[in-house]
Design a protein around this ligand. Structure first.
Ligand code: SF4
Ligand code: FE
Length: 478
């Protein structure tokens, strides 16, 4: 397994085509906009090397018998799923933000299970190909990004009826030794600092849309792949020095848009090419695992946010106030409700035909639905306790200014004995972790609220529940 430094160096050896704010980045892994996200992902490597966290951060591969990072490990049991949630909470607590590697982790589990079932049904050989790819991922401890969401164009039309057929990633040519893909994936967490991109379909498709059912692995520096690193609220702060930048780990996952301009993918990296009837299954499996995650990682992040909010209340002298305590209690309640759902959906997992275990989809989707609300509520409470200064604090440059810096320190002082710089760090962290980017990520990451509601209704077995009501109420009996 690599350590954090080796991970960064392994990326620096690659030469992806990355754009940010109108310019191609000659050295993306040294750019101030990308560095915080690189550092956060590096923490996942560092923690895996720490014997104290070995149980949670690593696992024994069922493919090779070697000890591997849990981020490249298949879920072979309920215990593996519970440890994953524990791992997400731990790293969330260590970094206070998104550490990006879970999309690839859930992607490999989805591809593992669906390729197995696809081969059984259709006599294809995708599973063996994927097994080889996964062994390499584990051996070399590579980071993979999951690229599912297409840009989608006109949402009222299916992919093959769009005015521009490239608005969903598709196969444009089939060759004896591979396929050629074209299109774009967007909001892709951690893509720029991943070694591999796992391209997956965004929806199930009928036979006329077969070319849109494509799953494959593309190296980050593959010819024809362009990465456009996205903007965030407050992102120019990352390029400043000092307290206004926030923590070393940034905010959310450093999302990118990936443009595939006729990228050739050799056959050994292709794990679905036209089997539209299995594309929806892959999306559902991936989504269930990934939606459960949000009760783990967001709880870890919220632990830091809750701590920062309580410390700020201490500096402000309001921590002893019963109303403030009650608001902090409400934050705890919301966070632990999310965590309980993640643990519960893992505890009720079922074994799939390929041998890995799937979380309970109803509970997993309920977790994510809660996250779409609770993260906003937690942020509101942090805003409430933190006060207006979260949005009006003067800049670090003003605090450093020889003429007015002293005045600002005098007038922004907190409780006697507290440090104004620490107070500003608390304010900036709370500001970042309750900002537009963070909230939108909680709402739409792992699927928008309506996507969960569709699965929840499907999984709720209303007809069976109707029967229960009939029996208990004695309906139809005179
Ligand atoms: Fe992982 Fe959470 Fe980030 Fe998704 S939002 S990649 S689950 S840390
Ligand atoms: Fe996310």
């Amino acid at each position: 397994m690599m350590n954090g430094q080796q991970y960064v160096e392994s990326l620096q050896k690659r030469n992806p085509r990355v754009f940010y704010k109108g310019k191609r980045l000659a050295r993306p892994y040294e750019h101030a906009a990308i560095l915080p996200h690189l550092r956060t992902a590096a923490v996942t490597y560092e923690l895996a090397r720490d014997p104290k966290h070995a149980e949670v951060m690593t696992a024994t591969s069922h493919l090779t018998g070697e000890r591997v990072s849990r981020f490249t490990h298949l879920f072979w049991s309920v215990d593996d799923l519970l440890k994953k949630i524990g791992m997400l909470r731990l790293i969330g607590q260590e970094t206070g933000t998104c550490f990006q590697r879970c999309v690839g982790l859930d992607g490999i589990n989805a591809i593992w299970s669906v390729t197995h079932e696809m081969d059984q049904a259709k006599g294809t050989d995708y599973h063996a190909r994927f097994r080889k790819f996964l062994e390499r991922l584990q051996r070399e401890d590579l980071m993979s990004a999951g690229a599912m969401t297409d840009v989608k164009g006109d949402r009222s039309l299916p992919p093959w009826k769009q005015a521009d057929p490239d608005l969903y990633v598709r196969i444009v040519a089939r060759k004896p030794d591979g396929i050629v893909i074209r299109g774009a994936k967007t909001h892709i967490t951690g893509a720029v600092n991943s070694h591999e991109i796992l391209v997956m379909p965004t929806l199930g498709v009928p036979p006329e849309g077969a070319d849109y059912a494509v799953t494959c692995a593309v190296p980050i520096d593959a010819p024809g792949l362009t990465v456009v690193f996205g903007r965030q609220s407050n992102d120019e702060r990352k390029e400043e020095e000092g307290i206004d930048c926030g923590t070393a780990f940034g905010v959310v996952g450093g999302e990118s848009t990936l443009i595939f301009e006729d990228v050739f993918v050799p056959s050994e990296r292709v794990f679905m090419a036209g089997e539209g009837d299995f594309a929806g299954l892959l999306v559902d499996r991936f989504a269930a695992w990934h939606r459960a995650n949000y009760g783990g990682c967001k709880a870890g992040n919220a632990d830091v946010l809750l701590g920062a909010t309580a410390l700020l209340a201490e500096v402000a002298g309001t921590i002893g106030n019963a109303i403030v305590k009650d608001k902090l209690t409400e934050m705890v309640h919301l966070v632990e409700t999310n965590y309980a759902g993640a643990v519960g959906s893992s505890a009720l997992a079922k074994k799939l035909p390929a041998g890995n275990w799937l979380v309970d989809p109803l509970l997993a989707n309920t977790v994510k639905q809660n996250v779409t609300r609770f993260v906003y509520q937690v942020a509101r409470l942090a805003h409430d306790i933190g006060g207006g200064v979260l949005s009006t604090l003067p800049s670090d440059a003003d605090f450093q200014n020889g003429e007015i810096g002293g005045l600002l320190r005098k007038y922004f002082a907190g409780k006697q004995g507290s440090d104004t710089d620490d107070k500003r760090k608390l304010i900036r962290y709370i500001e970042g972790m309750t900002s537009v980017s963070t909230l939108v990520e909680a709402l739409h990451g792992a699927g928008s609220p309506q996507a969960q509601r569709i699965v929840m209704l499907r999984q709720a077995k209303l007809a069976e529940k109707g029967e229960l009501a009939r029996k208990v109420l004695g309906l139809g009996k005179k």
